[in-house]
Design a protein around this ligand. Structure first.
Ligand SMILES: O=C(O)CCC(=O)C(=O)O
Length: 216
């Protein structure tokens, strides 16, 4: 079970609107976490076997929802969807379910960027929920957010250069398995390498606000 229905949505939204992200502790109980982890690991085993990519993206698998009906169901009707709608002030569309691994021995992570959906630069363009399957810490490449950056104007690119990753507003989203973090598609985020000896695996679900593409 997910404890999403025990959350005070208004208070979650207050933090999300202020910072551009919000951490949700213990969102999945032991059973829900174990189901998500089992599904994710079997999809990753199957798909990464055939992956010859040697780039920084070789440990990412997008569109799990198109390959596995279970992920499609989670993207469209998972227990988190009501909260995503609430945060985005209306109807949403699932864009992708994705596997994000940062295996031990990865020398680097992903540079500061907004999500592709954030390139639309509308306040409620979209949002992403990232579920930790392992403990995610600074040592093994947890996500970082530039607090408040969803309110800034940046060039219309996905990757944003010149970000001060040591700024006082750079916040490490250290999570335990079953915790999640939701970020606006406009919030600048990045992650680092993993030389910790521990895994750092996650599943993300990406959402568009319905109609946002028609506005551009
Ligand atoms: O897992 C990562 O390191 C990056 C994840 C990310 O950029 C996202 O979920 O939008």
């Amino acid at each position: 079970m997910s404890s999403i229905n025990n959350l005070n949505f208004a208070s979650v939204k207050k933090n999300y609107d202020r910072d551009g992200f919000v951490i949700l502790r213990n969102l999945l109980d032991v059973q829900a976490l174990s189901e998500l982890r089992d599904r994710a690991l079997s999809a990753a085993d199957e798909l990464l076997d055939n992956n010859n990519d040697d780039s920084a993206y070789k440990n990412i698998i997008k569109s799990l929802d198109k390959r596995d009906p279970w992920f499609n169901h989670q993207l469209e009707r998972g227990t988190h969807v009501s909260l995503m709608k609430y945060l985005l002030n209306g109807e949403i569309e699932g864009a992708s379910a994705a596997w994000f691994d940062r295996p031990d021995g990865s020398s680097h992570g992903i540079s500061p960027h907004v999500d592709v959906i954030g390139s639309y630069r509308e306040p409620d363009a979209g949002a992403t929920i990232w579920f930790a399957l392992d403990q995610a810490q600074i040592e093994n490449g947890c996500l970082y957010y530039l607090r408040g950056s969803h309110k800034n104007k940046y060039p219309i690119n996905t990757f944003i250069s010149g970000i001060d990753t040591q700024s006082k507003d750079a916040v490490a989203a250290e999570l335990k398995p079953g915790d999640a973090v939701i970020h606006s598609a406009l919030t600048i985020h990045w992650s680092c390498g993993n030389e910790s000896g521990h895994p750092r695996r996650a599943i993300s679900y990406f959402y568009w606000k319905t109609g946002i593409q028609d506005k551009m």
